[in-house]
Design a protein around this ligand. Structure first.
Ligand code: HEM
Ligand code: HEM
Length: 223
């Protein structure tokens, strides 16, 4: 029996904008590294850094479905989800299992970006802006790790895309459409996610751009 649904706002524009930027920037980071386009690797890397900082701030001050506190649940909720006890149409936002994938994706991207800031060899090729803050041996270890860690990021993205494809086929849920347009079909009991407040979004953007800019400058002391 078809259940009655209505169109509900589920994802605010900052979540969607950061998401599709990640989906473009991460492959771009790999392509620029693979082609030794270090100028672009650095520039785009700082844009990615600013967006990651923004998403973390937005995860605290953003709308309901953007907040970590609203979707990160304990192991019991994840087990309940795996046993089929989660009502997709009666809830909006990331499911308890998807929340783990979100944390893994944001976490792995942050570690990769964080290592890139210190990577490189000052006597040979490009270096991240914070490279002078660590010794040559440490930077060398970080660079080697940055080179292979990429495969973990890549693997997690593969898992992310497979999960979405399988979910779409098994549950007939158009998750991708919701991440593009921001809306999904939900039960009548589910209400709209509130719209993003521009003042909050712009403040979060200003803070993240300022931090990324300061790092780009090599994190100079304030005094
Ligand atoms: C480099 C590639 C990608 C990365 C790093 C990535 C990362 C993420 C992250 C961090 C989230 C959580 C969103 C948030 O709350 O901020 C997410 C959710 C999502 N992503 Fe991606 N993504 C990538 C590519 C894609 C692509 C290509 C698609 C579609 C074909 C896609 C579809 C989705 C969907 C549908 C969700 C929402 C899942 C849900 O309903 O819980 N992603 N992704
Ligand atoms: C998701 C983000 C990133 C990915 C996927 C990525 C990927 C890679 C890969 C695959 C390499 C190895 C290339 C090779 O030697 O063949 C590399 C090297 C490097 N990356 Fe990244 N990177 C990311 C972020 C960053 C950031 C944010 C920075 C700094 C702002 C950075 C700075 C560097 C540097 C300095 C090297 C070494 C260059 C050299 O060997 O001369 N990366 N990156």
């Amino acid at each position: 029996m078809a259940i009655k649904t209505h169109s509900v706002r589920v994802w605010d524009w900052p979540v969607r904008l950061t998401h599709w930027s990640f989906a473009l920037l991460v492959p771009a980071m790999w392509i620029t590294a693979d082609n030794s386009q270090w100028g672009w690797h650095m520039r785009l890397g700082h844009v990615l850094l600013a967006l990651l900082i923004f998403r973390v701030i937005w995860g605290v001050i953003g709308t309901d479905t953007a907040r970590f506190s609203s979707f990160v649940k304990g192991p019991l909720a994840v087990i309940g989800y795996l046993r089929g006890g989660y009502d997709e149409k009666g809830n909006k936002g990331h499911s308890p299992l998807a929340a783990l994938a979100v944390l893994a994706l944001l976490g792995l991207m942050s570690v990769q970006v964080g290592m890139g800031l210190f990577a490189g060899d000052p006597f040979d090729g490009a270096t991240g802006p914070l490279n002078p803050l660590v010794g040559v041996m440490t930077a060398d270890w970080i660079t080697t790790t940055h080179e292979w860690f990429w495969w973990l990021v890549f693997g997690m993205i593969g898992l992310h895309l497979s999960a979405i494809a399988i979910y779409g086929m098994v549950r007939m849920e158009n998750l991708v459409g919701a991440m593009i347009g921001g809306r999904a079909e939900k039960k009548p009991s589910v209400s709209d996610n509130p719209p993003a407040q521009w003042t909050k979004a712009l403040s979060a953007l200003a803070v993240s751009v300022a931090i990324a800019g300061w790092i780009y400058a090599g994190a100079p002391p304030f005094a």
